[in-house]
Design a protein around this ligand. Structure first.
Ligand code: 26A
Length: 346
């Protein structure tokens, strides 16, 4: 069984340290931010990090979307199941990340740049919204040479599932293509998360180049709308089922298995379309009392972590979605993209 193999799941993206604080309208306005968004920092945003630390009692929490997903999958799967790749610096932020991944038994193989700091993400929480502002720094230096180095490529060859966070389309598309090609050529499973509206809008070219390899594509409703808009899909931006169908039915390199498109929409049902099937399925979310929500930073990443852990364990689509929703529910009760300890069992 795939689930018993060591490092069966390999994930790739941008390791970041989250600088997270409760914010307010004024702070969002000062930095020209939407309450619920994820963007790359421009020079005007750089003072935000110090401001969060000095004036808003910010906490340092392990982040990076796919690293959160990989930690989530590792939280569920047996030891030595998940390995994660990305670029960091040689600094105390990277040490915090290493501590967090150790806690769940996630193996990381970072590309370390001695001259560039570890990337950081300002996470401003207002109510149930989160605004994420990322300064990629060393995460932006990930390169294909690291992926193709003998030790890392050996891990790639060994893995059966690949998970790529869409934020990596801004960093190293050739690495994403290499994983997609490896999956398609060997009938492995390649999963992409669209990650943010700006990826579908401004990184359309590398996103589309990878789409033939997608066995699973995961996004939320605002990413789905951005995709529909930037690709001029013949469906309304609000037609989540129509967009899911369009995604599922894009041309596919490996025709041995149909593509599955999964669209989450917060507390609204998760929508799933399967290539070649007319029916679009809906899976209700098991809502929790809003008073139990600490923050929603990382909820989507946790969903993906649970979902992918289910796939790795050979569970059905239905059960994998349920595991995803279960893990998201646990994570939104923690501070930032974190999971509860002692460990809970599904
Ligand atoms: C390239 N960008 C913008 C990013 C990110 C990111 N992870 C990778 N690349 N912007 C925000 N995040 C992460 O998303 C998580 C919540 O879903 C944050 O670090 C946060 O942990």
């Amino acid at each position: 069984m795939a689930a018993n193999k060591e490092y069966v799941l390999l994930a790739l993206e941008n390791p970041l340290l989250d600088i997270q604080a409760q914010g307010n309208e004024e702070l969002l306005k000062k930095y020209n931010l939407k309450a619920n968004d994820a963007i790359l920092a421009s020079p005007e945003h750089i003072p935000l990090y110090e401001e969060l630390l000095n004036n808003y009692d910010a906490k340092l929490i392990a982040g990076g979307a796919a690293q959160n997903t990989a930690r989530g999958a590792a939280y569920i799967l047996p030891p030595n199941s998940v390995v994660y790749l990305g670029g960091v610096g040689n600094d105390k932020y990277a040490d915090i990340l290493r501590d967090a991944v150790k806690q769940v038994g996630l193996r990381v193989e970072y590309r370390i740049d001695p001259n560039t700091p570890t990337g950081r993400c300002g996470a401003i929480i207002t109510g149930h919204n989160r605004s994420l502002v990322t300064d990629l720094a060393a995460a932006n230096l990930y390169d294909i040479d690291h992926l193709k180095s003998p030790k890392i490529w050996e891990l790639v060859k060994n893995a059966e599932f690949y998970y790529v966070g869409g934020f990596h389309f801004t960093v190293c598309p050739p690495a994403i293509q290499a994983l997609g090609e490896e999956a398609a050529a060997n009938n492995k499973t390649f999963i992409v998360n669209m990650s943010a509206p700006f990826i579908a809008e401004f990184f359309k070219e590398p996103l589309d180049a990878s789409s033939p390899y997608w066995d699973y594509v995961i996004c939320n409703e605002s990413e789905a709308a951005a995709y529909a808009r930037s690709h001029s899909l013949p469906v309304a931006e609000t037609d989540v089922a129509g967009i899911a169908k369009a995604l599922a039915n894009l041309p596919k390199a490996n025709t041995k298995k149909p593509r599955v498109a999964v669209i989450t929409q917060g507390t609204q049902p998760t929508v799933v379309a399967i290539q070649g099937q007319d029916e679009v399925k809906e899976f209700p979310v098991h809502a929790i009392d809003p008073s139990k929500i600490t923050d929603t930073n990382g909820a989507g990443d946790a969903f993906a972590g649970g979902f992918v852990a289910g796939l790795v364990q050979g569970k059905s689509l239905e059960e994998s979605i349920d595991i995803g929703q279960w893990l998201a529910r646990l994570s939104i009760q923690e501070l930032g993209p974190s999971y509860p300890f002692p460990k809970q069992a599904y």
